[in-house]
Design a protein around this ligand. Structure first.
Ligand code: DON
Length: 578
């Protein structure tokens, strides 16, 4: 009786919301929009910056219907699961950092977990040798997904509209279809060969092997039905019942480990953010199982002791100081960072001023340091760059920063037959196996080994910047380990160099991750004198493709208006606002 009455209340409220939305929608203009490469969108009330226009607009419509930034973030995330399949997902996981207008902040951890049957040696083949195929390209590479639980938790604690209103845009996009954007067409065509092993993936992401052209309408009926179950049943629509059954059947077909029990037990967790001060600005970011927040604060503490502005933006001395700081922080990342629910992570020590002074004294201002071969057991491998970050701010100043992922582009490439969504291959973020260390970059250190229900270490660093209690920016990026350094440089561009939002996002970026001992320069840095100067200091240098896509929002000083910047590196990226 009680639940029936409650259900009725929900139905009435929902139809009221829909009718209001229709009436308002009929007479209101579309949100303002700007595409990647077109600069910044300046709006007064609310904004979303994400990997595509459809998703950013879905979020802004939620804001205009009276939703807050958490509501909008959930709607954007679910819309990206339909429109940005390389990284948008319901079969993966990620992190959400929220800052409230009163200055409080919190983090939602919806990182995937290792299935109950996991163990540290699970990536070894029958000869006892590490197998990249098992860790990255098999049903065993799939972690228990966290995204739906994370969005449900964020909504339950901090949302204001009904859940169904937030899922509805994604259901409609999957059911009715949408016109394939240019970058999406390229991406789906490019991945086709890798989908061939999985008929359900071929069926979902191509016309049975023929790629979609830009402008064609793409419908995903299986995904639409899964999203409808999520719309009607919330978290249970994914972790129990039909969706869970279909997922587990695919695991059984392919020799994967995830069971119904794994799905039922999965819980997203609310965690305390990592916060640090730098020249009067505060950065609020993600704690373990992300390494991002901790490494960012550690690096900023070190860098605060140098006059970076005097070194000059992107000069050889500046890049040298960044590289040396990154070298030290990434060494600590490999040694100490992992899921703090399972291992002791010394966050307070790593982020202390005293430790920063110690690290700073190890940096020679003229010469590259060493990434000691004796530390090779902590070496790190190259990672793919397929994840997605989006930023949301509403009219009250509530700010939400989300980075989530399937790990590699299209994750494991496995689509759950009948359910239409891709599964992650996030187990690849665990270390290879106990003591397995070699010069190619495999690592076998203890903290980040696979254990039942442990979350694998991540670099995703959704972050929020404030000054004197006022919101300054919402930032983040994809890019594996480069994420941390991308966020660092966007922050420094703003704080030390006073750049405009567009310049702060556009300026070329660099990356160093301790091992391999090398500076990666983004295209745009191709200046022979600069490379020669770095070489003369003892740095090995590589010029690589683009680094990250930092879809961000900045607050205009004085007016408080929002400046939303889709990173020009993101093909279909767009910001929307009103
Ligand atoms: O959690 C992590 O750090 C990685 N799995 C993220 C992967 C990634 O960023 C790839 N792409 N951009």
């Amino acid at each position: 009786m009680a639940s029936g009455a409650a259900g009725m209340t929900v139905r009435i409220a929902r139809s009221t919301v829909l009718v209001t939305a229709l009436l308002v929608g009929a007479c209101r203009a579309a949100p303002q929009t700007i595409h990647a490469g077109e600069g910044a969108l300046r709006v007064e009330h609310g904004a979303v910056s994400s990997a595509n226009e459809i998703s950013s607009r879905a979020g802004v419509e939620v804001l205009r219907d009276g939703g807050n930034a958490v509501d909008a973030a959930v709607a954007v995330g679910l819309a990206l699961a339909v429109t940005h399949p390389t990284a948008g997902n319901i079969g993966g996981g990620g992190f959400m950092v929220i800052r409230f207008p009163d200055g409080r902040a919190t983090a939602i951890d919806f990182r995937e977990k290792a299935p109950l049957a996991s163990h540290p040696e699970m990536f070894l083949d029958e000869k006892g040798e590490f197998s990249a195929d098992i860790r990255h390209r098999s049903h065993i590479s799939v972690g228990v997904p966290g995204t739906v639980a994370g969005f449900a938790l964020a909504h339950e604690r901090y949302g204001s509209l009904e859940w169904a209103r937030l899922v509805e845009p994604a259901v409609e996009l999957a059911r009715d279809g949408f016109k394939v954007m240019p970058e999406l067409a390229r991406s789906m065509s490019g991945v086709l060969d890798n989908l061939e092993r999985y008929p359900a993936s071929l069926a979902a992401f191509s016309k049975n092997g023929t790629p979609y052209d830009g402008g064609e309408v793409w419908r995903q009926p299986d995904l639409a039905r899964t999203l409808e179950r999520i719309m009607q049943q919330g978290q249970d629509g994914f972790y129990r019942g039909e969706t869970a059954r279909l997922l587990v059947e695919e695991m059984e077909r392919g020799g994967g480990l995830i069971t119904l029990e794994d799905l039922e037990r999965y819980e997203a967790v609310e965690r305390e953010t990592v916060r640090g001060m730098y020249r009067g600005y505060e950065i609020i970011s993600m704690p373990p199982p992300s390494s991002g927040g901790t490494a960012l604060v550690e690096m900023l503490n070190v860098l605060e002791g140098f006059d970076l502005a005097a070194l000059g933006h992107n000069t050889a001395p500046y890049l040298h100081h960044l590289a040396e700081t990154m070298r030290l922080a990434f060494r600590d990342r490999a040694r100490h960072l992992a899921d703090a629910d399972f291992v002791d992570v010394p966050i307070a020590d790593l982020t202390s001023e005293q430790y920063a002074a110690e690290l700073r004294s190890m940096i020679d201002p003229q010469h590259a340091g060493v990434s000691s071969p004796a530390d090779a057991e902590h070496a790190l491998v190259d990672e793919s760059e397929e994840t997605t970050h989006y930023s949301v701010v509403d009219a009250s100043g509530l700010a939400v920063s989300v980075t989530y992922t399937l790990e590699q582009g299209y994750g494991s490439k496995i689509t759950v037959p009948g359910a239409g969504f891709l599964l992650n291959n996030q187990m690849g973020d665990f270390n290879a196996g106990p003591g397995i260390t070699d010069t190619t970059g495999l690592i076998g250190t203890e903290p980040n080994l696979a254990r039942p229900e442990q979350r694998m270490l991540s670099s995703m660093s959704p972050s929020i910047v404030t000054r004197d209690g006022q919101l300054v920016a919402v930032i983040g990026s994809p890019g594996g380990r480069t994420i941390i350094n991308t966020v660092l440089q966007v922050f420094l561009n703003l704080v030390d160099f006073g750049m405009s939002p567009v310049d702060a996002i556009t300026a070329p970026r660099m990356h160093h991750q301790w091992l391999p001992n090398r500076i990666d320069l983004e295209e745009g840095f191709e200046d022979e004198a600069l490379v020669a100067a770095l070489n003369a200091m003892g740095h090995s240098v590589r010029v690589r493709g683009s680094q990250g896509t930092a879809h961000s929002i900045f607050i205009e000083p004085g007016t408080g208006w929002l400046i939303a910047v889709p990173d020009p590196r993101g093909g279909d990226a767009a910001a929307a606002g009103y």
